[in-house]
Ligand binder design. Structure first.
Ligand SMILES: [Zn+2]
Length: 350
C-alpha cells in the first residue's frame, strides 16, 4: 500500500512510497483511510525538528489526524464494517505512570507515552491502517469528511474540561470567554464555547480571509489588534498562539477569578521586561489560574465526537480550506494565506 513516510530528524526526507500492509499486531480493526488532517506538528516533523521512528526502524508513517471507514471490525463486537471512525493518537507509557494506569494518558507523568504518527508508532497517512478496538472513536456518519476535524476538537474538549474543573474551585458562572488565535484549534475552541452558552470573543492578527466570517457565523465577536484593545475582562481565556507577549497581555486582561488556559506551544521570543513579581501579584490579587493543556484522553474524544455531531456542518465545512491528494502531500504541508485546515484525501468520500 502507499503511505507518506519520513525519517525523523531528517529534513526533506518525506516521501510517498509503497510499504507493507499494516501488521495485525497494530490492532484487530482494519480501516481504509479516507482523509488525514495536517497540522503544525506534521510540518515540524517533516522539517526534521520532531518525531521518533518505531524501535528498530528508520522511517515512520506520518499523520495523526485520521478519518477512515472500517473494513474489518475484528472480533470485539464494538464496531461494524462501514463505520466512520478516527483513531486515538496517544498510547499509555509501558511503566505505567499512575495517570496512564487509569487511562489518563494525556496527563502522562514520565513522557514515555507513544503517539501514532509522531512518537514510535506509525501514523495514519497510509491507504489502510490497523488499530486496537479500544482506541477507535466512532463518528456520526453524517459528518463524512468533517470527521477529520475530531483530533483538534479533542484538544479543545480537554481544554474546556480543564477550565471548568479549575473554575469549580469556587462559585463559577462564567459568562465571557476570549479565544486568542483563530486557527483550527482557536475556531474549534470558540465553537465549544458557544455550545456552552458563553459570550465568545476571538482575537487574531488577520483582518481578512475566512476567519472573521467564521467567527461571526458562530454568534461570536471577532477582534484584531492587541488583547488590551479588545477591552474585555474575560472569565475564561483559551490561548492558542504560544506567543510570549500575547500570553502576558492575556494575563493582564483576564477578569477576577478567571482561568487562562494555555494550549499553544511556542518558543523563544522575549517580552518587554515585565517583572515576574508584578505579574504574580496581579494573579494573586485576582485569584487567577494559569493551566496548561495538551493532548486528550478517551473521555475527550467522546466529547469531541458529540460536539462535532451537534455543530452546524456547513460551518465545519468552512474550516477545511484545502484538500490535496497523497501524491501532492508537499503542497498540503505548505502554509498559504487563508488556510485553516488542510487535509490529504486518501479516498473520495460520498
Ligand atoms: Zn504515563
Amino acid at each position: 500500500m502507499k503511505a507518506i513516510t519520513i525519517e525523523p530528524r531528517q529534513a526533506g526526507s518525506a516521501r510517498l512510497e509503497n510499504v507493507p500492509d499494516p501488521a495485525p499486531s497494530d490492532g484487530a480493526v482494519l480501516v481504509r483511510a479516507m482523509a488525514v488532517g495536517v497540522c503544525g506538528t506534521d510540518v515540524e516533523i517533516v522539517e526534521g525538528k520532531y518525531g521518533w521512528a518505531p524501535l528498530g526502524r528508520r522511517r515512520l508513517v506520518l499523520g495523526h489526524e485520521s478519518l477512515g471507514q472500517v473494513v474489518d471490525p475484528g472480533p470485539s463486537g464494538l464496531l461494524k464494517a462501514g463505520d466512520l471512525v478516527a483513531g486515538i493518537v496517544r498510547r499509555p507509557d509501558p511503566v505505567p505512570c499512575p495517570n496512564c494506569a487509569v487511562g489518563e494518558w494525556d496527563m502522562c507523568r514520565n513522557g514515555q507515552y507513544t503517539e501514532r504518527g509522531i512518537k514510535q508508532l506509525d501514523g495514519f497517512m497510509s491507504e489502510q491502517w490497523r488499530i486496537e478496538p479500544e482506541y477507535v472513536m466512532r463518528l456520526d456518519p453524517s459528518l463524512g469528511l468533517l470527521g477529520v476535524l475530531i483530533e483538534p476538537t479533542t484538544v479543545v474538549a480537554k481544554a474546556w474540561e480543564q477550565v471548568a474543573r479549575v473554575g469549580q474551585r469556587a462559585f463559577w458562572e462564567p459568562r465571557v470567554a476570549l479565544v486568542i488565535g483563530a486557527g483550527p484549534i482557536g475556531l474549534l475552541a470558540a465553537l465549544l464555547g458557544r455550545q456552552r452558552g458563553l459570550e465568545v470573543h476571538v482575537l487574531d492578527r488577520v483582518a481578512s480571509g475566512p476567519k472573521p466570517d467564521l467567527v461571526r457565523a458562530l454568534g461570536a465577536t471577532y477582534h484584531t489588534g492587541s488583547v488590551a484593545d479588545a477591552r474585555l475582562q474575560p472569565d475564561v481565556i483559551i490561548e492558542c498562539t504560544g506567543v510570549g507577549q500575547v500570553i502576558i497581555d492575556a494575563l493582564r486582561s483576564i477578569g477576577a477569578g478567571g482561568v487562562l488556559c494555555l494550549t499553544g506551544v511556542g518558543s523563544g521570543g522575549h517580552t518587554g521586561g515585565e517583572s515576574s513579581a508584578d505579574l504574580a501579584a496581579e494573579i494573586v490579587l485576582a485569584n487567577n489560574v494559569i493551566v496548561g493543556s495538551v493532548n486528550a484522553n478517551k473521555r475527550h474524544w467522546y466529547k469531541a465526537a458529540q460536539a462535532l455531531a451537534q455543530a452546524d456542518h456547513g460551518w465545519l465545512r468552512g474550516l477545511i480550506t484545502r484538500r490535496e491528494r497523497p501524491e501532492n502531500f508537499a503542497r498540503a504541508l505548505e502554509r498559504r494565506d487563508g488556510d485553516i485546515k488542510v487535509v490529504i484525501e486518501f479516498a473520495d468520500l460520498a
